[in-house]
Design a protein around this ligand. Structure first.
Ligand code: SF4
Ligand code: SF4
Length: 316
């Protein structure tokens, strides 16, 4: 029994975590990214070449057309880099599903990306943009020199399009810690972001979500280099909060990798731990696969620490 299941059993008597209804399909379009962040759980970079095929995209569209799932969350890497990104988003919107894109923000400053933001606006696609701090030196340390100023420039451009200012164009910013500690309280941090980004740069955003760093991928390698892996593992374990179990995102979400393989979440995807369902590929996904035992591991303690963590922020 892994340490997460040990805690689950201790507090709930259950020996396994199970999914419920499927509310969100998370689609990972590929591992290529313009950045190479120190905390990236997927170890995305400009050198990664994995990308979803047209066939898998069609399988997703077919499945969505016959399902009640109303939300699609596009991620990567940088999903905007996918050559069929515009076409796929258009097809998803034609199915009347809500679409949101997880963006590194700076991508919209790339020369051939200028029209992508306008395209997303026209299609009323929500944006979830990574800005791990309101301080330049912290963002640059995590994401590369110059990345803070580029993100500020990108948010300014998105604001001119209405993002972060009008309800139909949400701009959600994402904070994650710069080191082996839990995020600060989400609402208080949002107020600080709002004040500083407005005062210093005249920027607007819809809301801020905090995400706890997963001890996997590049963040794990970083912890190991600093000799702080054990310290972080202990922090997550000691911060276990049973109230977060109810809202864990894997209970209402499934992730599709670029090759069609299904995972309980993007973290299990990064660890290459597929779903334990009858079918583990989107081409065969059926209603019975939606309700399944969730594949867990010690990394799940990052979702249950403190106020909890998910792709939508805190859980309690
Ligand atoms: S964390 Fe996001 S922006 Fe940074 S390398 Fe990974 S996918 Fe790219
Ligand atoms: S890491 Fe994934 S499977 Fe584990 S609790 Fe978090 S969302 Fe669920």
């Amino acid at each position: 029994m892994n340490v997460f299941l040990h805690h689950l059993t201790k507090y709930t008597g259950l020996s396994q975590l199970h999914s419920r209804t499927l509310e969100t399909l998370q689609v990972n379009l590929g591992a290529r990214c313009t950045l190479e962040c120190r905390h990236c759980h997927l170890a995305a970079s400009p050198r990664r070449t994995e990308a979803m095929s047209e066939t898998v995209m069609d399988q997703i569209l077919t499945w969505l057309a016959g399902s009640n799932c109303q939300n699609v969350d596009l991620t990567g890497g940088a999903p905007e880099l996918h050559p069929l990104f515009h076409r796929f988003v258009t097809q998803l919107r034609n199915l009347s599903v809500n679409v949101q894109v997880r963006t590194n923000l700076t991508i919209y400053l790339e020369p051939d990306m200028a029209e992508t933001a306008t395209f997303l606006r026209e299609n009323q696609v929500a944006l979830v943009g990574s800005l791990p701090c309101y301080l330049e030196k912290n963002v640059d340390a995590q994401r590369g020199v110059g990345s803070f100023q580029s993100a500020i420039q990108a948010i300014r451009m998105l604001n001119t399009l209405g993002y972060g200012l009008h309800p139909q164009w949400p701009l959600i910013l994402v904070y994650n810690p710069g080191g082996p500690h839990l995020p600060p309280e989400q609402n208080r941090l949002e107020a600080t972001y709002r004040q500083l980004l407005h005062e210093q740069f005249g920027l607007f955003f819809t809301r801020l979500i905090t995400i706890t760093n997963m001890p996997i991928g590049r963040f794990k390698a970083d912890l190991r280099r600093q000799g702080r892996e054990e310290e972080y593992r202990t922090l997550l374990e000691e911060s276990f909060n049973p109230k977060t179990l109810e809202g864990l995102m894997c209970r209402n979400q499934i992730s599709v990798r670029w090759d069609g393989q299904l995972f309980d979440c993007d973290f299990n995807l990064a660890l290459d731990k597929p779903v334990e369902a009858t079918h583990s590929n989107v081409a065969e996904l059926s209603a019975t696969d939606v309700i399944r035992p969730i594949v867990t591991g010690p990394h799940c303690l990052a979702c249950t620490a403190g106020a909890g963590s998910s792709c939508s922020g805190v859980l309690v």
